[in-house]
Design a protein around this ligand. Structure first.
Ligand SMILES: Cc1cc2nc3c(=O)[nH]c(=O)nc-3n(C[C@H](O)[C@H](O)[C@H](O)COP(=O)(O)O)c2cc1C
Length: 160
């Protein structure tokens, strides 16, 4: 099975997770970071795994547009959708906001890879927001973002 993974990332958490997925699939997998390159035509692929990280409730605009432009083709493939969502409380809302309804219905799997707050890599603005987020979460006794390895296992089981 020929698989393509199209993803977006800002601080490389998602990049690292999709490389893990590609390595575990042990088949012909093409990885495309949509922030850096335009994905090729999807015709040559049997399976497509798509997703990216969530910032202030939104996924990357280019990834969102790619899903809309290729909606019909994506619906004809074996499809997996994921988000890297550090704060999973509103995960259903984030999925509904990120992907067209038809893709959400036709996807074989939808998973949250979790997230990490990499303060040392962040822009000044993101660092300020994140520090406030951490304070508020700690005050409420909530959980800080972590990776979700079971989501990776779920994806791998379906696309292996
Ligand atoms: C400024 C900022 C805003 C964020 N907003 C959200 C959010 O709305 N929802 C969420 O679940 N996670 C949010 N996160 C957490 C990111 O999704 C998490 O850090 C993720 O691992 C980033 O992945 P990346 O390194 O692949 O871009 C936010 C992080 C930052 C720094």
């Amino acid at each position: 099975m020929k698989t393509i993974i199209v993803y977006s990332t800002k601080y490389d958490f998602t990049k690292e997770r999709v490389h893990e997925i590609a390595a575990a699939l042990e088949s012909d997998v093409k990885l495309v970071n949509i922030n850096e390159e335009k994905p090729p035509s999807l015709e040559a692929f049997d399976a497509v795994i798509l997703g990216g990280s969530v910032f202030m409730g939104q996924i990357n605009k280019t990834l969102k547009a790619f899903c809309v432009e290729n909606e019909a083709t994506l619906n004809s493939k074996k499809l997996g959708l994921f988000l890297s969502c550090g704060l999973p409380e509103n995960i259903d809302t984030h999925f509904n906001n990120a992907f067209p309804q038809s893709l959400l219905s036709s996807a074989s799997v939808k998973v949250n890879l979790g997230g990490e707050l990499r303060l040392n890599q962040m822009s000044f603005g993101d660092k300020m927001i994140t520090k406030m987020m951490i304070k508020a979460t700690e005050k409420e006794g909530g959980k800080l973002p972590t990776s979700n390895p079971s989501a990776i296992v779920e994806l791998i089981n379906i696309f292996a």
